[in-house]
Design a protein around this ligand. Structure first.
Ligand SMILES: Nc1ncnc2c1ncn2[C@@H]1O[C@H](COP(=O)(O)OP(=O)(O)OP(=O)(O)O)[C@@H](O)[C@H]1O
Ligand SMILES: [Mg+2]
Length: 207
């Protein structure tokens, strides 16, 4: 556990660590894909970044095992240990921590959302996903943390994105900007795509 932090050991930025929780009570919405791509984007733009994987499936950790690079650091942990691990991340100079959460686990997602500066609500732009997302939006509201929806697997063509954004807006949540980049192929090699929308979200979180 201790060695993994060596990848970001730094005395810079200690005062300004930010935390993003990626949540969705629905399984397969894209939480892990979004969390890891955001982490890679952060590393590529020079930020010390760690991912805390609180999903017992440990998908983010498995991705890191494939990766030929220590950064971003990925730590697998139980939600109850989040405060302690966030403190360790801060002490080791992390500028950004992203918490990847499990589906169907309200208490863990709520704990992560409460400790975060920004909540990203992962959602696919389908009728059933949009109906199911209200539970997650309520959870983000309960945490009293700023929330943005991230639409995932949006078809490049057609009006689905705009329609989904309108529905999310009617639920009181703005959608994060996204350029429609296909996130999957890079994931298969233990890498992540670095898209401008992800960097914009990070900038928003840091302001
Ligand atoms: N933008 C995308 N394009 C294509 N496939 C995607 C995209 N995002 C996610 N997927 C695929 O959808 C599946 C679910 O994605 P992911 O594991 O990121 O979701 P999740 O919300 O973390 O799931 P869980 O709730 O099980 O933790 C995976 O097989 C992933 O490769
Ligand atoms: Mg996941």
């Amino acid at each position: 556990m201790l060695e993994c932090w060596q990848a970001i050991k730094s005395t810079r930025n200690r005062a300004i660590m930010k935390t993003i929780a990626v949540i969705s009570q629905k399984g397969g919405a894209g939480k892990t894909t979004i969390a890891l791509n955001l982490a890679v984007a952060a590393v590529r733009s020079g930020h010390q970044c760690a991912v805390i994987d609180i999903d017992p499936q440990a998908s983010a950790k498995s991705w890191h095992d494939l990766r030929q690079d220590d950064a971003p650091v990925v730590v697998s942990a139980q939600a109850s240990r989040l405060p302690e691990i966030l403190q360790t991340a801060h002490q080791n100079g992390a500028a950004l921590v992203i918490i990847d959460t499990a589906p169907h686990s309200e208490s863990a997602a709520l704990a992560a959302a409460r400790l975060a500066d920004l909540v990203l609500v992962a959602c696919r732009p389908s009728l059933l996903d949009l109906k199911a997302i209200t539970t997650t939006i309520d959870l983000a509201a309960l945490a009293k943390t700023q929330a943005l929806a991230v639409l995932n697997t949006v078809p490049v063509r057609g009006g689905l994105k705009g329609d989904a954004e309108q529905v999310l807006k009617s639920y009181g949540v703005e959608t994060a900007p996204d350029d429609g980049f296909h996130r999957l192929s890079a994931m298969l090699e233990g890498r992540g795509c670095s898209e401008s929308a992800m960097l914009k979200m990070m900038t928003e979180c840091q302001s």
